[in-house]
Design a protein around this ligand. Sequence first.
Ligand code: DHB
Length: 389
Amino acid sequence: MNHNHTPVLIIGAGPAGLTLSHLLHLDGVESIVLEKRSREEVEGTIRAGILEPATLDLMKRTGVGDRVAREGIPEEGIEISVDGNRTRIDLYGLTGKTAAIYPQHEFLKDFISRRLKDKGTILFNTTVRDIEGEVVTIETPAGEITHIRADHVVAADGSASPWRQKVAEVRARHEYPYAWFGLLVEAPPTHSELIYATHPAGFALISKRNENVQRYYLQCDPNDQPEDWPEERIWEQLHLRADSNEITVSEGNITEKAVLRFRSAVTEPMQRGNLYLAGDSAHTVPPTGAKGLNLAVADVEVLAPGLIRAVKTGHTDLLDKYTEFALPHVWRAQQFSWWMSSLLHATKGENHFSARRRIAQLRSVLDSEAGRRFLAEQYVGTQAKELTS
Ligand code: DHB
């Protein structure tokens, strides 16, 4: 392949970049994906693990859905525990849709192997040094500086993207006074379904990976370090916050510990000239509800048709509407992630009024069929296409 020119250059081999390059290829538009990390690092980084029905549908429709169909764990319901009393949200019964538990790095492995099988170009260990219109300056793994000309450049390089400032007019932000301490544990599953637990001591999430490995999260202070959480404290807090009738959090060897910051941010617009933002480079959601990957996929489902039309016909009418088409979905995911986070987390210094009001609000959702349906619909997600058609 000629690396001197490409119709579309994509920065970042994450969910947005890889999905975009796959969608473009299926319509005969080639691209180059640049990734500053190694393939091993991309495929080994532990992240969240919920795929919404729209994401699963895209994988199936575009021929990358075999493994997730076999190995993904169907998520037909979730449970919300309030001080040890659980309410089931019947996702399937209330929406007719099912999400799946499938870690992000497994999703990335599927797309990387498919892109390489389709002879796609992913240049790992390659850093972008500058973007000037159609000329992108890169540093190769050997440390050489070269240039690629690209008709369109997509920055899909995550929340620390240095290219956002070339596009952004407005960056709306929200910081939260809490974070999550994420754990991977070698233990049998605690329960058949995910448990989102709120308790005066803080939030806990009991998720899973497989029969032998579980994923747990504990609300912590944003400035906490893993050293602040000795094992004794971890287990004490998990049991306190998430044990309930007949359910005891299963214990085991902890193989991964990391603090996850909570941030909301939205960049507007998402395009300037031939430079586009997709996924976390444009917006960040807090982890509650695991919308981040799904939102990245929704962005590129909107961006891909515009790019394909522009590359094939020269018409940029669809492409010029990228921001307008993508933003309603972005803001709805922001709203849901903020809402679910706010309902479930006890904040430091929360007074009696705020704490009681928060639990009353949560109970009014859980105790009403309309409330549970609303939660279920938002949790499984709205297809971007429904919003733009
Ligand atoms: C997981 C992460 C989330 O943020 C969530 O809401 C549910 C599950 C997970 O990593 O399994």
